[in-house]
Ligand binder design. Structure first.
Ligand SMILES: *[C@@H]1O[C@H](CO)[C@@H](O)[C@H](O)[C@H]1NC(C)=O
Ligand SMILES: *[C@@H]1O[C@H](CO)[C@@H](O)[C@H](O)[C@H]1NC(C)=O
Ligand SMILES: *[C@@H]1O[C@H](CO)[C@@H](O)[C@H](O)[C@H]1NC(C)=O
Ligand SMILES: *[C@@H]1O[C@H](CO)[C@@H](O)[C@H](O)[C@H]1NC(C)=O
Length: 284
C-alpha cells in the first residue's frame, strides 16, 4: 500500500505545480468554476502533459472523477475521488467553490466527495496536499507527516521513496531500481494480482507499459500462484495444472487451485502419487 501511496503523492506534486503554469492548455480550475461530466474535453492537464484529470465512465450512470496517465493507451487511473460511489453521466460536476472547497456533486446535487478545506487563506497547492492526506490515510491520522520537497510518508516502521530516476529506497534498506533507470520515464510500482511486485515503464510513443523490474523473476516462485494443490510449470506465461486425482476449483481462476476428485474422508488403503520436479506444492 505504502509504495502506491507515495507514488500518488509524487503525482499530486505534479498537479500542484500545474496551477503555476501559464501555458494555453487548461491546467487549473479557477475558484468558482467547475469541470462537468457532460463534456469529455472538460479536463485538466499537468504542464508536462503527464497526467490528465476529469470524468471518465463506462455507461451513462457510472462515472468517476479521476486522474490518469495522458499518454497511456489503456486508461491507467492513478487516483479516484470516492471510488465506491460513481456519479451520474449527466449533470455531475467537480466544483472549486468560492469558499475554497473542492466538491464533487452528483446529478441531484448530492455531495459525493469534498475536501473540507473552506479556509479563505488556503492557496490551491495546500488545498490539494490536504486532500491527499485525508483520502489515503483515514482521518484522524497521527501517523501522517510531511517530508521535504512536498513529499509525504506514512509514519510506520518503514518509510520508502520511489523517485523520478526509478530507484526505490526504503528505511529498512530494501533498495532496487528500474532497468531503464533515468529521468523522464513514467513508471508505476504495482503490487499485481499474482502477488508479484513490479515496476512498469511507459513507452510514450506506443502508450504501452513494459516491466522494468519485478521482485520475483521466476513466476512459479510466487507463493501460491497456482493456488492450493496447484502445480506451476515454468513458461511465459507460467502454466498451472492439477496433480492426478484433482480438478480445478474454479476453471476460470487457476489461483483458486485444485480440489481432490476423490473422497478424502474414507480412503481405504493408500495410493501414493509421485510428483517430480515440483518446488512449491501447497497441499490442503
Ligand atoms: C469531509 O468531511 C466529511 C464529514 O466529516 C467526511 O465524511 C469526508 O470523508 C471528508 N472528505 C474528505 C475528502 O476527507
Ligand atoms: C514517527 O516516527 C518516528 C520515528 O520512528 C517517531 O520518533 C515518532 O514519534 C513518530 N511520530 C508519530 C506521530 O507517531
Ligand atoms: C537507493 O537504491 C539504490 C539501488 O537501487 C542504491 O544504489 C542507492 O545507494 C540507494 N540510496 C540510498 C540513499 O540508500
Ligand atoms: C517504444 O516502442 C517503440 C516501438 O516498439 C520502440 O521502437 C522504442 O524503442 C520504444 N521506446 C522506448 C523508450 O523503449
Amino acid at each position: 500500500m505504502m509504495m502506491r501511496e507515495i507514488f500518488l503523492l509524487l503525482l499530486f506534486c505534479s498537479l500542484i505545480k500545474s496551477s503555476a503554469s501559464k501555458n494555453t492548455i487548461k491546467d487549473h480550475l479557477q475558484r468558482g468554476s467547475s469541470l462537468s461530466v457532460n463534456d469529455d474535453s472538460n479536463v485538466i492537464r499537468s504542464p508536462d502533459s503527464t497526467y490528465t484529470c476529469g470524468f471518465y465512465g463506462f455507461q451513462s450512470n457510472a462515472y468517476w472523477f479521476a486522474i490518469w496517465f495522458t499518454n497511456s493507451k489503456e486508461r491507467t487511473v492513478v487516483w479516484t475521488a470516492n471510488r465506491n460511489t460513481p456519479v451520474n453521466g449527466r449533470g455531475s460536476k467537480m466544483t472549486f467553490r468560492g469558499n475554497g472547497a473542492m466538491v464533487l456533486t452528483d446529478l441531484d446535487g448530492m455531495i459525493v466527495w469534498e475536501t473540507n478545506t473552506t479556509s479563505t487563506d488556503v492557496d490551491r497547492a495546500v488545498l490539494l496536499n490536504t486532500e491527499i492526506s485525508s483520502v489515503y490515510w483515514p482521518s484522524p491520522d497521527p501517523g501522517f507527516n510531511v517530508w521535504k520537497f512536498g513529499r509525504t510518508s506514512y509514519n510506520s516502521s518503514r518509510m520508502a521513496v520511489f523517485n523520478d530516476v526509478g530507484e526505490f529506497n526504503s528505511s529498512d534498506w530494501w533498495n532496487f531500481r528500474a532497468s531503464d533507470m533515468g529521468f523522464g520515464i513514467k513508471r508505476r510500482l504495482v503490487m499485481d494480482y499474482d502477488g508479484n511486485l513490479r515496476i512498469y515503464s511507459l513507452n510514450e510513443s506506443t502508450g504501452l507499459w513494459s516491466i522494468s523490474w519485478q521482485a520475483i523473476a521466476q513466476p512459479c516462485n510466487i507463493h501460491g500462484i497456482c493456488g492450493r494443490n496447484g502445480i506451476c510449470v515454468h513458461g511465459v506465461p507460467p502454466e498451472c495444472s492439477c496433480p492426478p486425482g484433482h480438478k480445478w476449483t474454479d476453471p476460470n481462476d487457476f489461483s483458486q487451485g485444485c480440489k481432490p476428485t476423490f473422497d478424502r474422508t474414507c480412503l481405504v488403503g493408500t495410493s501414493v502419487w509421485e510428483i517430480v520436479d515440483v518446488k512449491h506444492l501447497i497441499t490442503g
